[in-house]
Structures are given as C-alpha cells and as structure tokens.
Design a protein around this ligand. Structure first.
Ligand SMILES: [Zn+2]
Length: 63
C-alpha cells in the first residue's frame, strides 16, 4: 500500500466544503478522503474530525 502525503498549500481556489468561503483548514481522513473548511466550519467540525482521527492542517496564511 502506498501512502502519499501531499502538502500542497491551500490556494484561493480552494473552497470550504460547507460554504463558499475560502478554505483555511485541510482535514485528511484515515480513509484518504480530504475535506476543506473555512475557519468557522473547521471550528464547528473539529470535534467530529478528531473522532474520525483526521489529520487537521491549518493554513498558515493570514488573510
Ligand atoms: Zn465554511
């Protein structure tokens, strides 16, 4: 099994999966799925993501 970790930075083209705001947080699930959230929704879903053992990466770029 090959595990590929991509660390490409989030861009302005990346949008929150819950709203259309710019994505600031990337959550990678153990299953390989990837979710993008704005800060608002990242906070809202953080507990659930941790339950799923998602790897949460905050984009360091401030807007
Ligand atoms: Zn959002």
């Amino acid at each position: 099994m090959t595990v590929t970790l991509t660390s490409s930075p989030l861009t302005a083209a990346d949008r929150c999966d819950r709203c259309s705001a710019a994505a600031k947080v990337r959550a990678t699930l153990p299953s390989g799925g990837e979710l993008l959230f704005c800060r608002h929704h990242a906070n809202q879903h953080e507990d659930r993501l941790r339950e799923l053992e998602a790897v949460i990466v905050m984009d360091a770029v401030q807007v």
